[in-house]
Design a protein around this ligand. Structure first.
Ligand SMILES: [Zn+2]
Ligand SMILES: [Zn+2]
Length: 318
């Protein structure tokens, strides 16, 4: 099979011919139909998040068919948890210290085939073509988990209007919330995209929203956004950091955190998040805006993601 392989930090992914992977006990062999790309893939390539055992096939938003069946499933970032640690037993498998992550600790979906632990495969909602379904698996799920931490916030700011935000805005507005979209200053295309998805307001990340916000979610990996988002909040408001990595957060006057404002990070996901979100998505219904690339174009797709050259989500199709 063809696979795009990560060798080491700073190097582009390399096309390789590999034998088909052989599923172990409890695993299934999947023929990959589509695999979404994600900001996390850039963090792995840049060395912000470590890949311990390279060479490694990246990709953690996999839609595939279980070999020998018609069953279409999705494989997310969390590929395995131990099930026996305090976190797993307490319902927080997303925090399992022994967890293995797809496309990082386990070979992922930037290939024609992959294997996955069947317990961590989600049934995928019918009605979504594979490429449109793939971004639900990380962009969709992480956004959904981030929204949980906003509680019943009515006015929500989204900092960074990429794959996650373009899905989450559809869920949030369907729930009757108002969304305020913050983009890179000067990115009028992203601001227009946000308005087309029913944002109440869209503007640059260094601007203040027209009204104070109840909560803000930061998807962009820029720690400099934390003080800006805090400043935009009402007393009691919360800033939720949705990414796996962020540059350092600049120091802030305590006054900006005062009045019971808080900062919260979101780590990974639980299978419960996955089942809940994948049942919800077709009810909204969430529509994903996707730019598709061939598997061999993975480096080009990742460069486009880094440069913000497409709106919505990027997907590789083998
Ligand atoms: Zn991801
Ligand atoms: Zn565990």
């Amino acid at each position: 099979m063809r696979a795009m392989v990560f060798d080491r930090v700073g190097r582009p992914l390399r096309l390789e011919q590999r034998p088909l992977p052989i599923p172990g006990p409890g695993e299934v062999l999947l023929r990959v139909l589509a695999c979404g790309i994600c900001r996390t893939d850039l963090h792995l390539i840049d060395g912000d998040v470590e890949v311990e055992h390279a060479p490694r096939i990246l990709g953690h938003q996999i839609v595939g068919v279980i070999d020998g069946t018609e069953r279409r499933v999705g494989v997310p970032w969390v590929g395995w948890t131990c099930g026996t640690c305090e976190q797993c037993l307490g319902g927080h498998e997303n925090l399992c210290p022994n967890a293995r992550f797809t496309g990082c600790d386990i070979d992922g979906g930037m290939a024609e085939y992959t294997v996955a632990d069947e317990r961590f495969c989600f049934p995928m909602p019918a009605g979504y073509p594979a490429a449109q379904a793939a971004p639900l698996l990380c962009a969709g799920l992480i956004g959904f988990r981030s929204l949980r931490f906003c509680g019943d916030a009515h006015r929500i700011g989204l900092y960074g209007f990429g794959a996650a935000a373009h899905i989450l805005i559809q869920v949030a507005t369907w729930q009757g919330r108002e969304v305020y979209a913050f983009t890179r200053p000067g990115d009028s295309i992203a601001q227009e995209f946000a308005r087309s998805l029913s944002a109440t307001w869209a503007g640059p990340s260094d601007a203040m929203p027209p009204v104070p916000l109840d909560a803000a979610i930061i998807f962009a990996p820029d720690g400099g956004l934390v003080p800006l988002a805090l400043r935009a909040l009402k007393p009691g408001g919360r800033v939720v950091c949705g990414g796996i990595h962020m540059s350092d957060i600049p120091s802030i006057p305590y006054q900006n955190l005062w009045d019971e404002r808080s900062i919260q990070s979101v780590a990974n996901l639980t299978r419960e998040d996955g089942h809940e979100f994948l049942e919800l998505a077709p009810q909204v219904p969430v529509t994903t805006h996707v730019t598709s690339y061939r598997l061999e174009q993975a480096n080009e797709a990742l460069a486009d993601l880094r440069a913000g050259r497409f709106s919505g989500a990027g997907v590789l199709v083998p």
